[in-house]
Design a protein around this ligand. Sequence first.
Ligand SMILES: *Cc1c(COP(=O)(O)O)cnc(C)c1O
Length: 356
Amino acid sequence: MPRPIKAIVDLSALRSNLALAKRAAPGARTLAVVKANAYGHGLLNAAHAFEDADGFAILEIENAVRLRDAGCRQPIVLLEGAFDSHDLRAAAEYQLACAIHDRDQVRLLQELPAAARLDLFVKLNTGMNRLGIAPRALPDVLDALRGEPRARSVTLMTHFACADDERGVEEQWGRFEAATRRFELPCTVANSAATLRYPQTHRDWIRPGIILYGASPFADVSAATLGLKPSMTLVSEIIGVQELAPGDAVGYGASFVAQRPMRIGIVACGYADGYPRHAPSGTPILVAGERTTTVGRVSMDMMCVDITAMPQAGRGSPVTLWGAGLSADEVAAAAGTISYELFCALAPRVPVIEQE
Ligand SMILES: *Cc1c(COP(=O)(O)O)cnc(C)c1O
């Protein structure tokens, strides 16, 4: 029997979340963001569930090529563009649209064979100060692209830093509008949070990621309230039981000490599976569908749960780390992180099983 941990990917939840994103932005097309192995869900599983997406956004050219080889005909956008001229040639060959976030990438484009044609997404820095061309440099870059036959189309893009919190998008959106209005080019701006909260930013293409995977982009609104369905459920089993007397400690560092007699279930899941090591004692977890809490430090391959109040629980009891019945957002918040990180950290050693 294999080790009992697995991530169950619910394809119908993925479809339902995509449909919700599309309903939120009825006038826009949808670039489904499938970077980081589709937020841990498995690139091809997700692409299959997202066949109604109008396009895909991803980082690595190898993975974009995997999508093409799997039969994906939609536009695929490389969100960081090409990293060198070799990449850019491959992008042209596989018809992958490329972000252009600096002038070096324009130069690489100009060095491509004359017959190459690429769709380009020119990324503006409107305040996140990560990647992107300064608004004042945009006219020059667009001039260069206008005279460049290899540039088949140009879409303007930016990315929000605070769309998910109370600061919102106003400042960045204002800068984007001011810099781009006169060019009348197609635009893509909205991530998940802006897709749900800021309809003015929908424009031509939305770029939802996290909502497609059933988690909330907002710290203060649950995924269930938004109508999202959990698409990844991480499950395992209790593989051992310990009876603790008051004063007995559990796990590395003896960080948890029982104050009363306790029954502890040992779960086959640890940080080497992607469960956050910094999740403290008290992080919610389900045993046989019932809520309880973790105790002690998460170790590499195991962690501990309190089953004192669950006399029927024992070796073989099913455990849900997050997903259906226990939102990843809640587990992430208890561990001081975000659902994005839980999903992306899912380790390669955890089998990912698709389910309808
Ligand atoms: C990751 C990413 C997104 C998706 O963000 P979510 O918050 O998951 O919706 C959109 N655009 C860009 C450029 C990204 O890197």
